[in-house]
Design a protein around this ligand. Structure first.
Ligand code: NAD
Length: 480
């Protein structure tokens, strides 16, 4: 299978798919008759470059090559995945698939971004219906991992499996629906909430901003990390879900919501909503709002990553898939990553605490490499840091590709003396010198490491000792 993806329709959603595939190392071939498509995609791509790579704690694959094509047949040459994101009109989608099936490899998967159509509707009348599936993403596609995968009996099991594999490989979570349904799963909720919100605005109960506050200061935060049912399980207290339903379920019968009633979208209501929205957010351009949204998403998703929960657990799994084997023959590259958006401060560069975090991550990786891994730690031994000296030598900005190279200066008995150098390309950004002591987690006192750890550590320290001592070792604060 090639790592070439084709993007048919490069608007808001197609541009997001293009960016995700490219940043995950796939070549991307775009077909979109809009003369502005190249400009629009490059703008989406630059927003994606500043936000997505920093979500990862390991090095990302090298970015793929982006090309634009005036003919469908060139855009689909050698492709394994075709993502269709043309306007939401069935006749346009059918016309596009007919053209694709004439030229594309018969085993390439055609995923449709459709928000509403069922796959059986998309497949109807097509020469090769088994090739077409729904892969419904969420904006911004390069950050949000959900892709609703909707298939029919016309799709061979092998196509469904391959679709799941490819979506997973580019860091997404394929949620495979048990049955097709109009608007899939997520948009059905969103429609219900949106309908309700329109009534609240129309009836003068709340402005657009007040509705947004009701979401983002309350249940939106809960939904973002646990969703609906896990949240309600907690709301039921010790008695759990059954109690919760018994207590609140009957309210659903009361006329609290407007259910299927939709307010008539008169000019007056549309103007009211547009005016309120201008008052709420009109001082930001759309690109600014996108960057604010991406900064917030990155911060929240990285926080979830630290808890290994929800979307954060998906990111950790993706890091495991992307992690490269570490070369132990010379100095050891213990960190290779992009500086994430949430590591920078008011000066626009990496905050000093994050230098320590990167060095702490480097030490953790080094410990893992010598055998002081999660299993060893749970058996009762670990290293604690006793002393740290960091020199901040140069600035690092969000998006910078940084590496930490680690040298073991001493690995004997209870002591482990490490020297980290943080670089961006050839530029030395910082050094970190750390003394760690092996401890028994039971007595919380210094103790000797297990013999396999002592042996590996000794061997690495011996190998590193043949090199000249790095400049700056053993320096005290303020000494040149
Ligand atoms: N906007 C969203 O939030 C969102 C979310 C999920 C899914 N979707 C779905 O994604 C699809 C695209 O929506 P969008 O918001 O990106 O629309 P958009 O209007 O931003 O982009 C559509 C693009 O398709 C191009 N196009 C039109 N006809 C074409 C053709 N025949 N061949 C190739 N390109 C063609 C247009 O030039 C345009 O660039 C729709 O099916 C929509 O339901 C949208």
């Amino acid at each position: 299978m090639t790592r070439i993806a084709t993007i048919i329709g490069g608007g808001v959603i197609g541009g997001g798919w293009a960016a995700r595939f490219l940043l995950m190392g796939w070549d991307v071939q775009v077909f979109d008759p809009d003369p502005e498509a190249e400009r629009k995609i490059s703008e989406v791509l630059s927003n994606a470059r500043r936000s997505l790579p920093g979500l990862s704690d390991v090095a990302m694959p090298a970015e793929g090559k982006l090309t634009f094509h005036a003919e469908i047949k060139d855009a689909v040459a050698g492709t394994s995945w075709i993502q269709e994101s043309v306007p939401e009109r069935l006749e346009i989608k059918h016309k596009v698939y007919a053209g694709l099936q004439e030229h594309a490899p018969a085993d390439a998967i055609i995923g449709s971004s459709t928000s509403g159509f069922k796959p059986s509707e998309l497949q109807e009348g097509m020469a090769n219906p088994g090739q077409i599936v729904v892969t419904h993403p969420f904006n911004p596609v390069y950050l949000l991992p959900l892709a609703e995968l909707v298939t029919t009996e016309a799709n061979p099991a092998e196509v469904v499996e391959r679709a799941k594999e490819i979506l997973t490989a580019i860091g997404m979570h394929p949620l495979h629906l048990k049955k097709e349904i109009d608007a899939h799963i997520a948009d059905r909720f969103l429609e219900a909430v949106w309908r309700e919100a329109l009534w609240l605005v129309k009836d003068g109960i709340a402005t657009t901003e007040e509705i947004d506050d009701a979401i983002r200061y309350g249940f939106g935060l809960r939904w973002g990390q646990m969703g609906l049912f896990e949240t309600y399980r907690i709301a039921g207290g010790e008695a759990g879900m059954k109690h919760f339903i018994a207590q609140f379920g009957p309210c659903l019968q009361w006329p609290w919501t407007k259910l299927m009633d939709v307010p008539e979208l008169t000019d007056e209501l549309i103007d009211m909503i547009a005016d309120q929205s201008d008052a709420q957010s009109g001082h930001h351009s759309i690109r600014e709002l996108e960057r604010i949204r991406d900064n917030n998403l990155v911060g929240m998703m990285r926080a979830l990553k630290a808890q290994d929960y929800g979307a954060g657990a998906l990111l950790n799994a993706q890091d495991k898939r992307m992690a490269q084997p570490i070369d132990m023959s010379g100095l050891i590259t213990t960190v290779s990553r992009v500086v994430p958006l949430d590591w920078t401060d008011y000066n626009g560069h990496m905050n000093e605490a994050r230098y320590l975090q990167a060095f702490g991550d480097a030490t953790d990786k080094f410990m893992e490499l010598i055998g002081c891994d999660a299993e060893y730690i749970s058996s009762g031994g670990s290293y604690f840091t006793a002393e740290t000296h960091i020199r901040h030598l140069d600035e690092a900005h969000a998006g910078a590709q940084i590496q930490v190279r680690t040298r073991c200066l001493l690995g004997e008995g209870k002591k482990m003396h490490l020297w980290h150098e943080m670089v961006e390309g050839d530029r030395l950004l910082a050094t970190g010198e750390h003394m760690l002591i092996h401890v028994s987690l039971e007595t919380r006192r210094a103790s000797k490491p297990a013999s396999h750890i002592a042996a590996t550590l000794g061997r690495i320290a011996e190998g590193h000792a043949t090199r000249p001592l790095p400049e700056g070792v053993g320096k005290a604060v303020g000494k040149k």
